[in-house]
Design a binder for this molecule. Structure first.
Ligand SMILES: Nc1nc2c(ncn2[C@@H]2O[C@H](COP(=O)(O)OP(=O)(O)OP(=O)(O)O)[C@@H](O)[C@H]2O)c(=O)[nH]1
Ligand SMILES: [Mg+2]
Length: 201
């Protein structure tokens, strides 16, 4: 099985559920109360996708405004960004253009962004419709998923699709489709970014 390593970044406003999505992806229960992330942390796992072994480095970043410049430092090393907003908090949806602005400034051309509306289990409290989120996603050519970290709904799918999009881009770039056994790297990091990512592991 050929192998690819993918650096995932999970970003979005504070409280949207980034840490919860990561916990859910690892099959863990989410924290019932909001404990804001202050320390950058990364988790590592491997999963099979489309006959490839995906080695995933998933970086959990704080969402508060204060950390925004630090968060931006990580975009150049990311192969996939999961941009999360909260389906029951309009403010987090209205802030998406700002996130996209920061991301687009530094994200490598071959990296991918997936938009995620979290807390789909709280349907009655929803204030962002699927249609308006889809319009935003279409505007920026993003895939859009509604997930529930609390129920573990669609979380794995979002990571799978992000990994698939990265694979497509890598194959497009390297013409690597015929070289199944070749280990491919999902993103070209500068030495500085590589050191930052390494420190997190
Ligand atoms: N009902 C419901 N609550 C959720 C879901 N995901 C997260 N939460 C709750 O939302 C709150 C914030 O979740 P976190 O994962 O800490 O949010 P975060 O985006 O990591 O926040 P920061 O670290 O401050 O940036 C917590 O109280 C979670 O229990 C979900 O899918 N459904
Ligand atoms: Mg967090």
């Amino acid at each position: 099985m050929s192998h690819i390593s993918v650096n995932f970044l999970v970003v979005g406003d504070t409280g949207v559920g980034k840490s919860s999505i990561i916990a859910s992806f690892f099959g863990e229960k989410i924290q019932p109360i909001h404990l804001p992330t202050h320390v950058l942390s990364a988790s590592h796992c491997t999963f099979a996708f489309s006959s490839k072994e995906v080695e995933a480095y998933i970086c959990d970043l704080p969402g508060s405004e204060h950390f925004r410049p630090i968060v931006s430092c990580f975009y150049p090393g990311a192969a996939a960004i999961l941009l999360v907003f909260d389906l029951i908090n309009k403010h987090t949806f209205n802030n998406l253009p700002r996130w996209m602005h920061d991301i687009r400034e530094t994200l490598p051309a071959h990296s991918v962004v997936v938009l995620i509306g979290n807390k789909s289990d709280l349907e009655k409290a929803r204030v962002v419709s699927r249609a308006e989120a889809q319009i935003f996603a279409d505007r920026f050519h993003l895939r859009y998923f509604e997930v529930s970290a609390a129920l573990g709904l669609n979380v794995g799918l979002a990571f799978d699709v992000a990994a698939g999009l990265v694979l497509d881009k890598v194959e497009e770039r390297d013409g690597a489709t015929s070289e199944e056994d070749k280990a491919v790297s999902s993103c070209d990091m500068g030495e500085e970014e590589r050191l930052i990512w390494k420190k997190l592991m």
